[in-house]
Design a protein. Sequence first.
Length: 224
Amino acid sequence: MLTKNDLIENAHANGFADIGFTTAEPFDSHRQFLVSHQKEYGWVETMGLDLVRGTDPKSIMPEAQAIIVLMESYYQKTFPKFLEGHFGRCYLDDDRFTRDGLALRITAFRAYLREHGIQSKFPGHLPHRMAAARAGLGTFGKNCLFYSRKAARQGSWVLPITLVVDRAFEPDAPTIANGCPPWCRNACIAACPTRALRADGTIEPRKCISYLSYYQGDFILTGI
């Protein structure tokens, strides 16, 4: 019988910086948030991602028993400074087109599960960061970024990868919390150039530069 320690060792052998486990229970509070903020997040459905449905792992895999979260770190490579000044580190590490890095390691980990009789699904619409926090892998900042508990020097240069599996594992202790220090004076909220960040720890996604640059055509920061 495959144990958690076996999976932890295999995850590290495949180059993942951390791994956590949580149950396949629905993300009820996340679902409520999405439903009550449909004006802000409803546009995602037009991109083919049903975020509300993704809050129930059993809608992804009816026989789901657990969620395994692998933590990918973007802190493992260095890039020329002139590139890092223009591109986010995750984009410099992005292999969605070449599929010769992260994609192969995810495939290898899933193959290891399959060899031991565990089936998995790799959903795009499950709340990855919330799953990571529920699996004890990190906390959230007031800037709405996810901060790892130990990967990337406890920084935000990480990518949670969620796998829904049909075998139960003992869940890790959740770390769903705001991890900003008590002396924080909301500097990130004040500095946000598009005023997308809110004081309650949420974000207006349609004001975020990521949304504007991805989905709103030509976007010039100096025109804000």
